[in-house]
Design a protein around this ligand. Structure first.
Ligand code: UN1
Length: 496
């Protein structure tokens, strides 16, 4: 079935002003068109931003528990439709069905968490130094937000942004990736069914090149939250800062797993397979480097290679599939280019390395799970984000050496260590310079109740998700209120 999706502006489903269209294609089978979407232009963005602006004041004044209840209702609707939506994520994005369902689950978890924030959003009340005077701080919304999301978590990442933005009292213009527009549209449909008032949430489809920058820099947009590549994030943040807009970006990663000589190798292999090839390596948290203590390097490499050789490529809807396709032809080209770069850099290609075109896979964007061994820290395949099923295995002399290698990249999103030694784990926890650190678990699978984000070029501005320092900080600012009910002039600092 081909879904014909539209923009959603000021409470109405509408076509783009200029009527141009784009197609969303199943990456596992390019003969399967998932959706036809409007290729919006500047006029559509203008209308959406105006609608969000006009709806802002009323939404800001809607009690936060009421805003939260709409999101909690959306959580229930997502639960009811989990199977259908999980299948759609797989069909439109390519990840295997259990992961497609996981994507929906992450959105559900975020909806329950952020919906409940409507009854928290706490500030602080502190004593005044003067009599008959109140001092408190409250969280207030920022205004109209542009939310720009990628294709690798077609429901979860939009949920990470839309729910906290709305519960905090902001209104939204949402521009999802043009590779997963149908999933994004379903999420908006659900929020509409849950009762979002007209104009509070607006959806505009189109390409990043076409409208992304125009939206982010629009004079009536107050804040921007972006997830995607470091190059786009840095560019947006430069422009937005010049326009005095709030901006937070979740960007690339070059995440690493350290395998120590005292680590459980079977567990480390499972973690490397899951982190390296889960979601076909297309997570910003993917483990693209495995740094192995020299004493267990050969053993680990042969176990890892054996496990990778068993992975079955195919359509993610089939139970027999372990690894799905990459998202599109340009991503396929980029990943294959990196494989060539790795070969030229004289890394040893141990397994994989080619496009995979057997049987029905000929119709999709499949790349064999690929392992390079003998990778050294300065090689480009050890430094740059590939975002595909390519893992570099590297050797380290000891823990200190391994940590140095992990930290010696421009990114700092996620890292992991496999060790049974409590001291090694404590040192790693302290010295790994990444936003997320995993001990005896892979680099992927962050939970929504804690902040998500990275150091260095992995993140700019506020972190995402829940917990202290999470997305509520991104979508609110602090206001401090002093109320004097003494009925006379009191002078702070002077009269106390
Ligand atoms: C991403 O790849 O952009 O921690 C997000 C994880 C997921 C989120 C990944 N919960 O792997």
């Amino acid at each position: 079935m081909v879904e014909k999706v539209r923009n959603f502006i000021n409470g109405k489903w509408v076509n783009a002003a200029e009527g141009r269209m784009l197609k969303s294609i199943n990456p596992a089978d390019t003969t399967d068109t998932v959706g036809i979407i409007p290729r919006s232009g500047q006029k559509d963005i203008d209308m959406a931003v105006t609608a969000a602006r006009n709806a802002y004041n009323k939404w800001r004044l809607t009690p936060a528990p009421g805003r939260g209840e709409i999101i909690l209702k959306a959580a229930e609707l997502l639960c009811k439709r989990k199977q259908e939506l999980g299948g759609l994520v797989t069909r439109e994005m390519g990840k295997v069905l259990p992961e497609g369902l996981g994507d929906v689950q992450e959105a559900i978890d975020m909806a329950y968490y952020m919906g409940s924030e409507g009854r928290r959003l706490a500030g602080e009340t502190v004593p005044s130094e003067l009599a008959n005077k109140d001092c408190k701080s409250v969280r207030v919304p920022i205004g109209v937000f542009a939310l720009i999301t990628p294709w690798n978590f077609p429901l979860a990442i939009p949920a990470w942004k839309i729910f906290p933005a709305l519960v905090s009292g902001n209104t939204v213009v949402f521009k999802p990736s043009s590779y997963t527009p149908v999933c994004a549209t379903k999420l908006v449909e659900i929020l509409v069914e849950a009762g979002i008032p007209d104009g509070v949430l607006n959806l505009v489809h189109g390409t990043g090149d076409g409208i992304g920058e125009y939206l982010a820099t629009h004079p009536k947009i107050d804040g921007v939250s972006f997830t995607g590549s470091t190059s786009v994030g840095e560019k947006l943040s430069r422009i937005c800062s010049a326009f005095d807009k709030e901006i937070s970006c979740e960007m690339g990663g070059k995440n690493a797993i350290i395998v120590m000589d005292d680590g459980k190798l079977e567990l480390a292999v499972e973690g490397a397979i899951w982190g390296g090839f889960g979601t076909t390596g297309q997570r910003c948290t993917a483990a693209s480097r495995i740094i192995v203590h020299e004493a267990v390097y050969n053993k680990f490499l042969s176990m890892f290679t054996k496990a990778a050789s068993k992975l079955r490529l195919g359509n993610g809807l089939l139970k027999t599939t372990d690894v799905g396709p990459v998202i599109n032809d340009s991503q396929m080209e980029k990943v294959l280019d990196y494989i060539e770069i790795g070969k030229k850099e004289r890394a040893r290609l141990v397994i994989g390395g080619k496009a995979y075109k057997k049987g029905p896979c000929a119709k999709g964007y499949f790349i064999e799970p690929t392992i390079f061994a003998g990778v050294t820290p300065k090689m480009r395949i050890a430094q740059e984000e590939i975002f595909g099923p390519v893992v570099s295995v590297m050797k380290a002399k000891n823990l200190e050496d391994a940590i140095r290698i992990v930290n010696d990249v421009k990114y700092g999103l996620s890292s992991a260590i496999y060790t049974q030694d409590v001291n090694n784990s404590a040192i790693a926890e302290r010295d790994l310079d990444t936003g997320l650190v995993y001990i005896n678990a892979s680099t992927i699978g962050a939970e929504i109740q804690l902040p998500f984000g990275g150091t260095k070029k992995s993140g700019l501005g506020h972190r995402e998700a829940g917990g202290k320092g999470g997305a509520i900080d991104m979508f609110t600012k602090w206001k401090v209120i002093y109320r004097d009910y003494s009925g006379r002039l009191q002078k702070a600092q002077i009269d106390k």
